[in-house]
Write a protein that binds this ligand. Structure first.
Ligand SMILES: Cc1cc2nc3c(=O)[nH]c(=O)nc-3n(C[C@H](O)[C@H](O)[C@H](O)COP(=O)(O)OP(=O)(O)OC[C@H]3O[C@@H](n4cnc5c(N)ncnc54)[C@H](O)[C@@H]3O)c2cc1C
Length: 331
């Protein structure tokens, strides 16, 4: 490893003045990696009116925060943000850069790595330092059936990590750190212009505490209403396995799994879901798992704390009826 590159850098994602929680998860992991290597945790904070957030990143484990605060970064103009992050990387020379695999991170990371001619490992599920001091990036491969351990020869090593993969860093207000301002280069016209913002209903399933997910055990799209009714009675968020999303029964925001969202609710109820490795990778860290499946040998059983073996078309209406009865009895 070249001595020129030092420190584990986290890209701090900020939207409308709020730091995306994936940043705190990455800082938690970066702290662990940096302690193992005896190096520093660096943070890259680029945006408009973001400088005051630097202190929060220090409380969460950053030793040095590199800040570019510029009006040019007011919107998510990817060319401008790429240019700002490149300048920070050029100045800080980190040996690794960790970025959240969010829409923003997925837009930014490949552009930065391509410019730097360095490797990027997307959607890592784990990161660790091996006996030789190398950063090992772990990610599912071959449709999630194996976990590949990847070493990047070039520097900086770049990885994206899904939201809710790592534990967030603890907040310690006694932590001290350094803030370094980085002036971004003149970039001129980037070709991006925000014409208007479109509001759309978005489900934040990654943060849900109770999820009721449906799978291909459902026979038709209309039957999802039954799942929605159960979810609404219990104050749960509706999740889905991928086939329901592929068939356009429900939007991708609801998909749990390898190519969907990683969830960690307190309770996860899987209805008519077999438990493929690609689904399980997205929900295996849930608190209590309850499955309803007609097949007692369905793999989801292995990951379930409770399994109701039965036809969902009999079980769900009964559950709804009982919950309604209980609700009507209690004020
Ligand atoms: C690259 C790649 C990425 C993928 N990403 C994802 C992902 O992110 N998320 C995901 O979910 N999948 C993903 N998949 C798809 C995955 O491989 C499986 O095909 C999918 O998870 C199966 O969905 P399912 O469990 O709903 O359906 P099935 O496997 O068909 O299971 C249906 C289950 O319903 C049960 N059932 C049937 N009728 C009833 C009934 N009346 N009452 C009760 N139970 C009943 C059956 O016993 C069965 O266990 C991915 C695949 C690939 C190749």
């Amino acid at each position: 490893m070249s001595e020129e590159y030092k420190g584990i850098m986290v890209y701090a994602e900020v939207h409308n003045g709020t730091i995306h929680p994936v940043t705190f998860e990455l800082l938690g992991k970066a702290r662990e990696l940096a302690n193992k290597k005896g190096t520093k945790v660096l943070a890259a904070l680029a945006g408009y009116g973001v400088k005051e957030k630097a202190q929060e990143l220090i409380y969460r484990g950053a030793d040095i925060v590199y800040v570019t605060d510029s009006e040019k970064l007011k919107t998510l103009d990817v060319v401008a943000h790429k240019s700002a992050l490149l300048k920070i990387i050029e100045k800080a020379k980190p040996e690794a850069v960790l970025i959240g695999a969010t829409n923003t991170g997925r837009t930014l990371a490949p552009r930065v790595s391509a410019y730097l001619k360095t490797g990027l490992t997307a959607d890592c599920t784990d990161l660790f330092i091996d006996d030789n001091g190398n950063l090992v990036q772990v990610r599912p491969a071959f449709s999630g059936n194996i976990f590949a351990h990847i070493l990047t020869k070039t520097k900086p090593v770049m990885s994206t990590v899904r939201y809710r993969t790592f534990k967030p860093a603890d907040r310690d207000q006694s932590r001290k750190g350094e803030v370094i301002d980085v002036e971004m280069d003149e970039i001129g016209e980037t070709g991006y212009r925000v014409l208007r913002k479109m509001e759309r209903e978005k489900v934040n399933i990654s943060e849900a505490e109770l999820i009721i997910s449906a799978g291909r055990g459902l026979k038709k799209k209309e039957d999802l209403e039954m799942i929605r009714e159960l979810a609404s009675l219990l104050g749960a968020t509706v999740g889905a396995s991928r086939p329901l999303v592929d068939d356009d029964w429900i939007s991708r925001d609801h998909q749990v799994g390898f190519s969907g969202n990683i969830v960690k609710p307190k309770v996860y109820i899987a209805i008519g879901i077999s438990g493929s490795p690609q689904h399980v990778v997205g929900m295996k860290d849930s608190g209590t798992v309850i499955s309803i499946n007609i097949d007692p040998s369905a793999p989801i059983g292995e990951y379930s704390d409770y399994m109701i073996v039965g036809d969902l078309y009999e079980v769900i209406p009964k559950l709804i009826e009982e919950i309604k009865k209980l609700k009507s009895q209690k004020p």
